[in-house]
Design a protein around this ligand. Sequence first.
Ligand code: AMP
Ligand code: MG
Length: 535
Amino acid sequence: MNPDTRIIDKTLPAFKSRFTADLPGDPEQTNNRRQVDAYYSFVQPTPVVAPETIAYSREVAALLELPLEFCQSQAFADLMAGNRLLNDMRPFAMCYGGHQFGNWAGQLGDGRAINLGEVQNKQGEHWNAQLKGAGPTPYSRNGDGRAVLRSSVREYLCSEAMHHLGVPTTRALSLVATGEKIVRDMFYDGNPQHEPGAVVCRVAPSFIRFGSFEILASRGRTDLLQQLLDFTISNEFPHLGLPGKKTYLSWFAEVCRTTALMIVEWLRVGFVHGVMNTDNMSVHGITIDYGPYGWIDNFDKEWTPNTTDAAQRRYRFGNQSQIALWNLGQLANAIYPLINEAEPLQQALAVYTASFERGWQAMMTAKLGLSCYRPEDGALIKELELMLQAEETDMTLFYRQLADLDPEKTLQAETPDIEIIQPLISALYNDISASHAARLVTWLRQYAIRRRSDGRNEKECRAGMNRVNPKYVLRNYLAQMAIDKAEAGDYSMIHELEELLRTPYDEQPEMEEYAGLRPDWARTRAGCSMLSCSS
Ligand code: AMP
Ligand code: MG
């Protein structure tokens, strides 16, 4: 990159990188695809024809202490497309490996992500910024280092929607159109198309993944493994104390705990990641890598949005907690050379199971408006999930409407069945059969007894439920509608959804149509019910 194109602006924060300052990098500085025996490679983004900011997140800009006037400037679009850099930026791509769909895949790395460095804000937090789609790196393998507009819109909107829902996640600062077309064969069926390109700038405390450790272990580089873990603990987990065997174990236990809580949150809001490969697992227990993810419309534990996984359904909604544990097992294997004992690692893995179990129980009782989990609630929840799955029932609508149930009225003998189920019928995708209506009434009566036995004030109970059961989520079809418009040059729905999903627990009556059932046309449409990894 020509140094003249650097942005010099004293109002902008300093960018540095502890990762590249403290850890050795690849001596080679070309983009030739290669195996790299180091933590990262310095790279340059490849400029694009016409950067244009489609959207930026003012909340993330504030984290990075970027002035809003700057975010509205052409210099910002240029920076976020990789056409220009700030004076102190030295971009790099990270090396990592991973297990993909259960198999060791060797070196993967940032094939289309380029790190710009990190800002330390006034609160003392470090935020790393990374461009996704800014051109090839040594890790690009057969890829072009680019990203299409559709997948970038999805990543941008979902990162911020998840944050506002209270789910731990990487953030997204910006979505920039490149003005260039790239070629993708969306369904790998011999139909390549030219599609508009885009770059998302994502932001996280760090981008260290399970796979960052796995690659070093796979190469037998215990020295580098220890150096990376020491770096990670000293910089990202300083509260755990000085690095050493004991701290390695408490670190691993913490990764187990935060990962468990993240999965609980996914299950709360109906999120299916779709590609829980170990390279897509952050050591911070935050959601990372929004590819063929999806949102549960009708409650279905078997559902996965990812067409690549359609046969095995490894990453289906209801399997995510087991997969997280399997992935943590791979991380345990990777750091084993630093521990040399299986037992304490097993104990740490048990932290995952216990944290998940406790977290899941607390989450489910909160969704049901109950103050604490009692052993008998297990059966109530089990029957609820079987019932939701038996007749296509919209998960988000069901829980939201359940808050409006009146336990007293439900339990009065004179209340007709139809009145009891009335608030929930609109959460069903089909007409309700007599037998299902009876099943629903039975369950609602049991639930009403349980809710009443809690002795809570109904108004408070309802308000509490509405704080954990969102009214609005980024339904797959809504994202697809925004993408269809964006591909035609109209970005308005991206902004509309961005605004809507800032306060997903609020009623927002004027936005009611976006809270409804998935429309019929979206049932089988690509992008709405199924997605490929092509992005
Ligand atoms: P993902 O399935 O998105 O986690 O990607 C798996 C690996 O493929 C990562 O190493 C990515 O950086 C790489 N990759 C995905 N798409 C591209 C692309 N268009 N160009 C280069 N590398 C890519
Ligand atoms: Mg990935």
